[in-house]
Design a protein around this ligand. Structure first.
Ligand code: HEC
Ligand code: HEC
Ligand code: HEC
Ligand code: HEC
Ligand code: HEC
Ligand code: HEC
Ligand code: HEC
Ligand code: HEC
Ligand code: HEC
Ligand code: HEC
Length: 293
């Protein structure tokens, strides 16, 4: 086969003017190198002849599309693999995985594989933006399918998604991962600690929910409450704290700690629990057991 293909290329080379880009690649005779789609490919890592393992170096356009002898002879015949939706998904993805097994180690068990996504749904090999368009375009690409998140992301308190290099894959591996929801790191909070390392602790006085799940109090996809909280204090705290020794409903105005007057003070009433318990993530102060400092 290879010899026949080689002979074919030689024959074609005679037809192509000297010095044209990719002159030795028979496919470029018709799919001209000037076309935006081919320009993009040739400028990408896949088009690099210098890279010993790039598809173009390994087998020319055939490195991805297959030798396609039938198509070379008669363009109305399909190439061996055209990456069109009518071809078996497994065949299309397998071609990419042949070279990218490492990057997509968890792919077979991922939600995206189960949902029958193709690698080229996200990585269009002939787009000028391949492989790394700007973060806002990458976020848009995810939202194209995950429309339900658009509302959440529009909320006022959120991560700076789409700016700098911050995109969905700061937290998720779109190729799948060990952790639930394909979070990048193993362990509920580990993904958050990648950037919020100061909260990793350990603290002298831990606040248990912080150790267990940041998501108990924070909405990772954005919130209408400051600090991306799932609710405002005191309600947030009262999901769990109903019966501490001072009243949890601060509206009653009685029995407040260190408070001799029965009415309580304006400093306390209807106020945020964090006015007095600011060290909500844990404290290293010798007398911070109640997270008051
Ligand atoms: C002799 C001209 C010619 C050569 C050489 C040629 N092609 Fe094509 N190719 C065409 C034409 C014309 C079409 C459009 C066919 C159609 O629309 O039915 C096409 C279509 C395609 C498609 C889209 C098919 C689809 O079903 O969507 C792919 C992919 C493709 N070619 C890849 C290649 C590759 C890879 C090579 C080299 C191995 C190659 N072509 C060589 C003329 C050529
Ligand atoms: C990294 C693998 C890869 C390489 C190398 C590659 N292609 Fe493609 N090609 C694809 C994929 C994937 C598609 C499906 C469309 C998409 O997602 O971009 C495609 C689609 C096409 C199409 C259909 C065009 C269209 O817009 O529908 C043509 C024609 C084509 N390739 C020609 C070529 C030619 C010519 C070369 C060599 C210069 C080449 N391809 C090299 C992966 C590759
Ligand atoms: C013949 C091997 C080969 C095939 C087939 C192949 N690739 Fe690649 N790909 C490479 C090489 C080599 C690079 C250059 C980066 C590197 O050194 O890993 C690369 C780069 C990439 C990158 C960018 C990586 C980065 O670090 O910027 C993506 C994304 C990618 N390929 C996806 C695909 C997809 C999707 C397919 C199938 C349509 C595919 N590849 C088919 C060899 C291949
Ligand atoms: C849902 C969209 C999506 C799908 C489907 C997808 N990828 Fe990716 N891929 C991405 C994103 C986003 C990145 C950039 C991730 C990053 O910056 O860490 C990426 C990065 C890569 C890279 C660069 C390597 C790296 O770790 O930086 C390779 C290679 C790659 N993907 C291959 C594949 C292969 C092979 C498939 C199919 C088995 C595939 N991808 C399917 C979205 C996707
Ligand atoms: C072509 C459509 C499509 C695109 C594009 C897409 N997804 Fe998905 N994604 C799905 C489907 C379908 C599911 C499975 C059903 C569900 O959970 O909603 C899914 C599931 C997920 C899950 C849940 C994983 C799990 O294990 O439960 C995460 C996280 C995710 N996608 C992130 C992303 C990110 C990040 C991107 C962009 C890089 C992206 N998706 C792009 C269709 C898509
Ligand atoms: C700051 C980290 C972070 C970022 C950025 C992020 N997510 Fe998530 N995502 C999470 C966490 C945490 C969960 C919940 C995991 C769990 O259920 O325990 C999650 C869950 C999901 C799920 C599973 C379904 C659900 O709603 O529970 C999908 C799908 C998803 N994210 C998609 C996306 C997409 C798409 C983007 C980009 C627009 C994105 N995420 C950005 C952290 C993040
Ligand atoms: C890729 C790095 C990164 C990851 C991973 C990350 N964050 Fe963030 N986080 C940031 C940045 C950047 C900001 C914005 C800081 C600022 O605006 O000063 C931020 C801000 C926040 C804020 C404060 C928002 C505000 O309004 O003050 C909370 C709460 C937060 N992140 C929680 C989380 C949680 C929970 C996770 C894990 C699901 C997580 N982050 C993962 C980078 C990250
Ligand atoms: C018990 C509830 C709770 C848990 C659990 C929790 N937080 Fe917070 N977090 C808060 C409150 C309350 C604020 C203060 C918001 C404000 O100032 O408006 C906050 C603020 C933040 C901020 C803003 C900057 C700062 O330090 O004040 C970041 C970042 C943050 N949390 C990250 C995390 C991460 C990462 C985790 C998991 C390790 C986590 N939080 C777990 C309640 C919690
Ligand atoms: C998801 C449940 C949950 C939420 C929400 C929560 N906590 Fe806690 N909190 C706990 C648990 C569990 C303990 C440990 C109790 C123990 O060890 O007896 C604790 C301990 C404390 C302590 C120390 C009490 C002691 O006896 O050591 C204080 C103070 C406290 N929380 C304040 C707050 C504040 C303020 C908020 C709101 C920002 C809050 N908590 C939100 C579950 C929660
Ligand atoms: C005016 C200040 C103040 C406010 C506001 C406040 N606390 Fe306290 N809280 C204290 C003090 C003082 C202690 C005892 C500290 C000590 O013993 O070192 C305490 C102790 C606690 C304890 C540990 C005692 C126990 O019974 O386990 C919890 C839990 C607690 N507060 C939760 C909350 C919650 C939830 C809110 C909001 C609804 C809140 N606090 C609002 C001052 C306050």
């Amino acid at each position: 086969m290879a010899i026949r293909r080689c002979a074919f290329s030689l024959a074609l080379m005679l037809l192509i003017p000297d010095g044209a880009p990719g002159v030795e690649e028979p496919c470029l005779l018709c799919h001209r190198a000037e076309e935006p789609a081919q320009q993009a490919l040739l400028a990408s890592p896949h088009g690099s002849l210098a890279h010993p393992r790039s598809p173009m170096a390994v087998g020319g356009c055939g490195g991805c599309h297959g030798e396609s002898l039938a198509h070379l002879r008669r363009p109305t015949e399909s190439p061996d693999l055209a990456f069109s939706a009518t071809e078996a998904l497994a065949r299309r993805n397998e071609r990419c995985l042949e070279c990218h097994r490492d990057a997509a180690l968890h792919w077979p068990a991922s939600a995206h594989a189960r949902a029958e996504l193709a690698c080229h749904d996200c990585h269009s090999a002939h787009e000028p933006s391949f492989p790394r368009p700007s973060a806002d375009i990458r976020v848009e690409a995810c939202l194209g399918c995950h429309v339900e998140l658009r509302g959440a992301l529009a909320r006022p308190f959120n991560h700076p998604l789409g700016t700098g290099d911050f995109d969905c894959s700061a937290c998720h591996d779109p190729h799948g991962a060990f952790e639930r929801a394909a979070l990048r790191e193993v362990g509920r909070n580990e993904t958050c600690y990648r950037c919020h390392a100061d909260l990793r602790g350990p603290f002298l006085w831990e606040h248990r929910p912080v150790r267990e799940n940041c998501g108990d109090c924070h909405a990772a996809h954005g919130s209408i409450h400051p600090g991306m909280l799932t609710a405002r204090a005191p309600f947030l705290c009262q999901f769990c704290h109903l019966a501490q020794f001072h009243p949890s409903t601060l509206y009653s105005g009685t029995g407040l700690p260190g408070e001799s007057r029965p009415s309580g003070s304006a400093f306390l009433l209807g106020q945020n629990c964090m006015n007095c318990h600011p060290a909500v993530h844990g404290s290293n102060h010798p007398s911070g057991a109640r997270l008051t400092r």
